[in-house]
Structures are given as C-alpha cells and as structure tokens.
Design a protein around this ligand. Structure first.
Ligand SMILES: NC(=O)c1ccc[n+]([C@@H]2O[C@H](COP(=O)([O-])OP(=O)(O)OC[C@H]3O[C@@H](n4cnc5c(N)ncnc54)[C@H](O)[C@@H]3O)[C@@H](O)[C@H]2O)c1
Length: 384
C-alpha cells in the first residue's frame, strides 16, 4: 500500500501560532515521525508549502527547517494540483478572502479560530465549503489539552452526577508595551483589525462548553477596555479600541450555568493560566491546561461559615490528582492528525466550519449583550 503525500499550503506561518504550533510542533513533527499512520499500514505525509507576505521571513523559515517550497503568491499555490489542503493562521480579518479563494480552487480547508470576523461571514464560508464538497475544519486546540482530556474522562465516566455549574478563570497580565514589551501582538487590541477578548476567547469557550457539557443557549456578558492606551511593536502609543476583558455567563441546555472570566489585565494567582471548576451533585473537578483535581462527595469536607474562628482546613489539599494514564501529544498536532485522517479517509471530524461559526455566534451574542445589557438567546444556526 502506498503512502498518501498531501500538499498543505500554510498561510500565516510567520506568526506566533502559525510558526510554533502549526508548522514546527504539528506538521514538521508529523513528518519527523514518518507521517500519520493509517489502519492499513500506510501513512499520510504532509508536504508544507509556506505562504505569506514577507519573502525574507519565509525564506528564513524554509532554510532553517529544510522546507523546499515557499511563496508570497497565494494564487500560485491555489492553482497547483499538488496542493490538497489550505491552512490559514493569518490575522483574523485577513482570513475570509483567502479561504474563499481556496474553497473556489477546490482545496480542503483547515483554519485557526475565529473562522472569520463575523457570524455571517463564518456561515458563508461553511456553506461554500459544504457546496464545494471540500473537507473543512477549525482549530479547537483546548479540547486536546491534557487537563481538559482528563475532564472529558470524568464527564464520560459519570463522575459528576448531575453537573450544576462550570466556572472558568482565564487570563494573565499583558504588558502595555511601554516599559516592558507586550507579549501579544498589537492587533489583538484593535477592534478594526479583528482584535478583542470576546472575539479571541469566546470561540474557545464555545467549543469547550459544547463538546464537554452541552450546547450553549444564552449569553450574558459585560466587557471592558480596562487599559485604553498601549504601545505597539515599534514602541508607538495607540488607542486600544477592542475589549481586553470579558465577564460572561452562559446557560447551557439542561440548565448548567457556566461563568467565565477572561482578562488580559489580571495577575495570576492560580495554578494555571486557565482553570475550569466543575461542580456536580456527586463530585467536583478543577481542570487546567495540564492537570485535573477532583473531590468526590464522599470526601467533601463539611465547611462551616464562622468568620470569628480561624479555619484550620487546607481546602486545596483536600483534592486528588487525576492520573494521566496515557501520553498526551501536543494538542495542535493531535488535531492536525485527526484532520488529515478526515481528509484522506473521511473519518469523523466534528470540528468543522459550522462548529467554528457557532463560536462566532456566541462571540457576537456576547458583544451584543454587553452593549444592550440584556441576555441574548442563541438560535440554532444551520446551513440553508
Ligand atoms: N488556537 C489558539 O489558541 C490561538 C491563539 C492565538 C491566536 N490564535 C488565532 O491565530 C491567528 C493568528 O494569531 P497570532 O497570534 O499567531 O498572530 P500574529 O500576529 O503572530 O501572526 C499573524 C500572521 O498573519 C499574517 N498577516 C497577514 N495579513 C496581515 C496583516 N494585514 N497584518 C498583520 N499580520 C498579517 C502575519 O504575517 C502573520 O504570519 C488569529 O486568527 C488568532 O485568533 C489562535
């Protein structure tokens, strides 16, 4: 049986996500491992072609990693029959036009989140991909993190009994850029360039909630631009026009209440940069990127509220670590492998552009709720 060599055009590989997570830790790591093994003993070998705006940067990356092909001409790769997959990790607002062109050229599509800048564009892309019959997917990396995989294990085992609530805490301090350089790109803080906490993180929270617990039915959110002035990559001051913090309440089907704080203006006093606490009638868990701790109802201490007495309990020590029991590969790579199998074998891949569009629906609903102060219901989105 012969291997399946798949040409993958990778746009945005000079960026943070495109370079580290997708090119080096996923596609090149898969190549180094000899490809993605298939049940019949054959392998999928992805062949990257780098696409971008800067010849110099692309050449440097290509030379450094021994990649033969790179180009600044997207059309030339889209008209190349050796390319089967178009991958996009560009800045969000550059995505739609490139993905449209790639679908029109008959390429399978895999993109970073959010899949587009607006729900209507995201739905349009999902529809175009369906009509063109191309396979399509969106990065939903958090689902493949060890901590969240352990959380999934708990949900599937029935550990929680009836799940009551989920509270998520995400964030860290992003430097303003004047006295210490910012550790995120400046477009993240400009609404006109697709920045903003809600647009960035609500798509993540949507697939986490939907895949681990239940579909999201309503959104209530408050957003803020706590730091109105920042300094960009060149040290120039600019106005932050996008929200840099979002405080959301999400009601899920079946009555679970999820509450997630997302902020780039918070100093970390947690074990991990994101943590979700899930409370159920039979047990609770706190999951982060890597770890997951649990407390069963049988080992729940009887806490008594009495501010007059010193409390000797070390509450955090009363939780048990969920063991790994397996090896966890890099989450981005694991999802790439799933997508490549989906392309070649049509194996199920629930992380499609329609799922990505639902993430944008929740982001838009969050912004609307923040604007008008109301709870916004999420109608079911479908492709007509
Ligand atoms: N899955 C995740 O956890 C995750 C995390 C961060 C970002 N992202 C997403 O990945 C995408 C890229 O984010 P990033 O943090 O890597 O950004 P980045 O600024 O580091 O990289 C952006 C890339 O887009 C390219 N680009 C194309 N047109 C551009 C333009 N007009 N201005 C600026 N850059 C342009 C750049 O050359 C670069 O390769 C975004 O859509 C973002 O939402 C996902």
């Amino acid at each position: 049986m012969s291997d399946h060599v798949l040409g993958v055009a990778m746009n945005g590989v000079t960026g943070r996500m495109g370079y580290r997570q997708h090119l080096t830790r996923s596609i090149l790591a898969i190549r180094e491992a000899g490809g993605v093994p298939l049940p019949d003993g054959s392998r999928i070998i992805p062949e990257p072609v780098l696409v971008g705006r800067s010849e110099r940067k692309l050449r440097e990356i290509a030379d450094q990693h021994g990649i033969e092909r790179w180009t600044t001409d997207l059309d030339s790769v889209l008209s190349d029959d050796r390319i089967s997959v178009y991958f996009d990790a560009q800045i969000t607002h550059a995505r739609e036009a490139a993905v449209r062109a790639a679908i029109a050229a008959g390429k399978h599509i895999y993109v970073e989140k959010p899949t587009a800048s607006t729900l209507s564009s995201a739905l349009e892309l999902a529809k175009l991909a369906r009509d063109a019959g191309v396979r399509n997917g969106v990065v939903q990396d958090k689902l493949f993190l060890p901590g969240l995989l352990k959380l999934r294990r708990l949900v599937e085992s029935g550990f929680f009994g009836k799940i009551l609530s989920v509270r998520g805490e995400f964030g860290y301090w992003v430097f303003e850029g004047d006295w210490q350089p910012a550790q995120r790109p400046s477009w993240n803080y400009r609404a006109e360039e697709g920045g903003g906490m809600v647009l960035d993180m609500f798509p993540h929270w949507h697939y986490v909630l939907e895949h681990l617990f239940a579909p999201v039915r309503t959104v209530t959110a408050k957003v803020a631009t706590h730091i109105p002035e920042r300094w960009d990559e060149e040290g120039r001051a600019y106005q932050a026009t996008a929200d840099d913090s979002a405080y959301g309440i999400f009601e899920l089907e079946g009555g679970i209440i999820a509450q997630i704080n997302s902020s780039w203006n918070v100093r970390v006093n947690r074990d991990e940069l994101v943590e979700f606490q899930v409370d159920g009638t039979h047990g609770s868990a706190v999951a982060g990127l890597r770890t997951c701790r649990v407390q069963h109802r049988a080992s729940t201490p009887k806490a008594v509220w009495n501010p007059d007495l010193e409390d000797p309990s070390s509450y955090r020590e009363q939780w048990d670590e969920v063991p790994d029991n397996t090896e966890f590969p890099n989450g981005f790579r694991a999802q790439w492998e799933g997508f490549l199998r989906h392309v070649v074998l049509d194996t199920p891949f629930p992380h499609d552009l329609l799922s990505g569009a639902r993430g944008l629906q929740m982001a838009e609903a969050g912004l609307r709720s923040a604007q008008n102060g109301h709870t916004v219901e999420l109608d079911e989105v479908t492709l007509t």
